[in-house]
Design a protein around this ligand. Structure first.
Ligand code: ZN
Length: 234
């Protein structure tokens, strides 16, 4: 079906519940006042506004293949998000191309980004992401098999208390660990906890003994997803 406010409105109205209707796996069309949202899990990835023309895009920080797929499937016809080396681009008709950013609002008729002035400074963002990537690479290089074995045998004394609380106090705090090459159990444990394993501590203890390569990979993913801005980090 053609994707626009009217089509989604008709689709919801044809369903049993006047306010929402399932569109795909974990994906619903939901009325938000006069607007219509496309919700994937807990994130409204699209919001078709009450004006029935403009549409806003969101990732909720989840720059994933599924988010991209839902935006492309249920966003305006002729408009698509493409990922190139982790960077998302919005492509439109007639060669229109612009960097994607969270909460950008497109007018697909006039082919303009309505809130363009609110967008990020991509130059500064790319520069800071580049520096952080270097810090992460250096940190992972120091996370040798020996360091992993040593860190995981520590009793937790001398461990970072902020990391122990679980959610780090903003990216600056985590970044300071990279600069100091500070290796400790809590950071590695947090990396495993964010992976969604049912028993992260058990997986970590197995990896610690048999799969140091995987420990580095899990820690790397954690650091990239916590520290890099506006990028696909998987
Ligand atoms: Zn810490």
């Amino acid at each position: 079906m053609e994707q626009n406010w009217n089509a989604l409105d008709a689709y919801i109205s044809d369903g049993r519940n006047p306010n929402e209707r399932k569109l795909a796996n974990n994906t619903y069309a939901i009325r938000r006042g006069g607007a219509i949202a496309i919700r994937l899990h807990k994130t409204d990835v699209l919001l078709w506004h009450e004006d029935r023309v403009t549409v806003s895009f969101f990732t909720g920080g989840w720059f994933t293949v599924t988010t991209k797929d839902r935006i492309n499937t249920f966003g305006p016809d002729g408009w698509n998000v493409w990922a190139v080396r982790g960077i998302w681009w919005l492509h439109g008709p007639d060669g229109f191309k612009t960097r994607f950013w969270d909460s950008m609002t497109l007018d697909p008729i006039c082919q303009t980004i309505e809130n363009e002035a609110d967008g990020p400074n991509f130059k500064a963002m790319d520069r800071s992401n580049g520096l952080i990537r270097k810090l992460i690479t250096g940190y992972l290089r120091g996370l040798t098999d020996e360091t992993i074995a040593d860190v995981l045998s520590q009793d937790g004394r001398g461990d970072c208390l902020y990391c122990q609380i679980g959610s780090p106090f903003g990216p600056d705090h985590l970044e300071s660990h990279l600069r100091e090459k500070y290796y400790m159990p809590n950071l590695i444990r947090n990396a495993y906890r964010t992976r969604g394993y049912p028993n992260p501590d058990l997986v970590l203890s197995i990896d610690g003994s048999y799969g140091p390569e995987r420990v580095r990979s899990v820690v790397g993913k954690y650091l990239r997803s916590e520290l890099l801005e506006n990028l696909a980090t998987n």
